[in-house]
Design a protein around this ligand. Structure first.
Ligand SMILES: NC(=O)c1ccc[n+]([C@@H]2O[C@H](COP(=O)([O-])OP(=O)(O)OC[C@H]3O[C@@H](n4cnc5c(N)ncnc54)[C@H](OP(=O)(O)O)[C@@H]3O)[C@@H](O)[C@H]2O)c1
Length: 290
C-alpha cells in the first residue's frame, strides 16, 4: 500500500513509518516542515490547522492514511483535521488510522480496562473521545476507519519514561508524580509500530484497539529504573502533585499521576499482534548501559 503518515517526524511516527517501509509499504510523509524528499521518501507539506493542506495531501494514489500527529489542543480544529483527512477516503474502503491514547479512560480501578470500557477522560485529553467517535463513525461513510489507543510508550530512549530519566538526573535522585500505587499501561515503541502495521493490513472498519503490552506497571519501579539509567540509583521519591503541577503544568502533571490498568489482549487475539518487549522496567534500566 502507499500510505500517508501524518506526524512521521515524531517519536512514534518515525518508527511506524520505518516499520511500514520494512513491511513492504510505500511511505509518504506529511509534516509542517514542507515538501521534498527525506531519507529517500516523499514528504508532503501539511498542517492540522489547515484542513485544505490535509485533503490536498490525500491524493487518489494514497491507499491509507495514518494520523500520528500531536493534536492541536483545539477541539474544532482537530475535528476539522480528521474530517479533511477522511473526506477524500469516503466510499472507497481505504483505511484511516487515528492515534488516540489510554488517558481517555481516566483512572481505571484494579481490573484492566478493555476497549468496551466507557471513557472518562482526564482534562488533557478531554475532547478526544469525541474525535474517536468521529473516526469510528467514518466507517458508515465507506472509510476503513480505525482508532489505536497506545499506552505510555517507551523504548529507543524516548517518550515519557525518558522524562523520568531526565527528572532523576536533574534532581540527583529518582522521582515520580503522585502516589506509591500509581501504575501505567506500557508499550514499547517498536511493538506499537507493529500494531499499526497489522491494523493497517487487517483491522475491520470502525474498530478501536488498545496498544498495550503490560497492563499496569508500577511507576515507582519505573522511576527506580530511571534513576539507575541516569546514574543516580536509590529509592525513588514521590514528587508532591502541587510541586509537579507548578513545574510541568497542571494537566500534564495530573496525567503523570493517573493510575491505570489497561488490557491490550484484544489486538493480540483478533489482529495477531505479536509484541516482543514485555518488561519496560528492565528496558529502562538497561538504558544505563548505553
Ligand atoms: N508518546 C506517548 O507515550 C503517547 C501515548 C499515547 C498516545 N500518544 C499519541 O500519539 C501521537 C504521537 O505522539 P508522539 O509522542 O510521537 O508525539 P511527538 O514526538 O511530539 O510527534 C508529534 C508529531 O506531530 C506532528 N505535528 C505536531 N503538530 C502538527 C500540526 N499542527 N500539523 C501537522 N503535524 C503536526 C509533528 O510533525 P512536524 O513537527 O514535523 O510537523 C510530529 O511529527 C499523539 O497523538 C499522542 O497524543 C502518545
Amino acid at each position: 500500500m502507499k500510505i500517508l503518515v501524518v506526524g512521521a517526524t515524531g517519536y512514534i511516527g518515525a518508527v511506524v513509518a520505518d516499520r511500514l517501509a520494512e513491511a513492504g509499504h510505500e511511505v509518504v510523509e506529511l509534516s509542517r516542515s514542507g515538501d521534498g524528499s527525506q531519507r529517500g521518501r516523499v514528504r508532503r507539506a501539511g498542517d492540522l490547522t489547515d484542513p485544505s493542506s490535509l485533503s490536498a495531501a490525500v491524493t487518489a494514489d494514497i491507499d491509507a492514511v495514518v494520523n500520528l500527529a500531536t493534536p492541536t489542543g483545539d477541539a474544532e480544529a482537530d475535528a476539522a483535521a480528521v474530517a479533511a483527512l477522511t473526506e477524500p477516503l469516503r466510499g472507497t474502503g481505504r483505511a484511516f488510522v487515528y492515534t488516540s491514547g489510554v488517558w481517555v479512560l481516566g483512572a481505571t480501578g484494579p481490573e484492566p480496562a478493555g476497549e468496551d470500557t466507557p471513557t472518562n477522560p482526564i482534562p488533557i485529553v478531554g475532547y478526544r473521545p469525541a474525535i474517536e467517535r468521529q473516526v469510528i463513525d467514518a466507517a458508515a461513510q465507506g472509510v476503513r476507519s480505525v482508532v489505536i489507543r497506545p499506552g505510555i510508550v517507551h523504548g529507543r530512549g524516548g517518550g515519557i519514561p525518558a522524562l523520568l530519566v531526565d527528572l532523576a538526573r536533574k534532581h540527583g535522585a529518582p522521582r515520580y508524580v503522585g502516589e506509591d500505587a500509581v501504575r501505567w499501561p506500557m508499550v514499547h515503541v517498536d511493538d506499537l509500530a507493529d500494531l499499526f502495521v497489522v491494523a493497517l493490513e487487517r483491522a475491520p472498519a470502525g474498530t478501536l484497539w488498545h496498544g498495550v503490552t503490560e497492563p499496569a506497571v508500577s511507576v515507582p519501579d519505573l522511576a527506580a529504573a530511571a534513576g539507575d539509567a541516569a546514574g543516580v540509583p536509590g529509592r525513588p521519591q514521590a514528587w508532591p502533585l502541587d510541586e509537579a503541577r507548578e513545574a510541568l503544568g497542571e494537566a500534564f502533571a495530573d496525567a503523570l499521576a493517573l493510575d491505570q490498568s489497561v488490557s491490550g489482549d484484544a489486538a493480540r487475539r483478533e489482529l495477531g499482534w505479536q509484541p516482543r518487549h514485555e518488561d519496560a522496567v528492565a528496558e529502562l534500566r538497561a538504558g544505563s548501559a548505553n
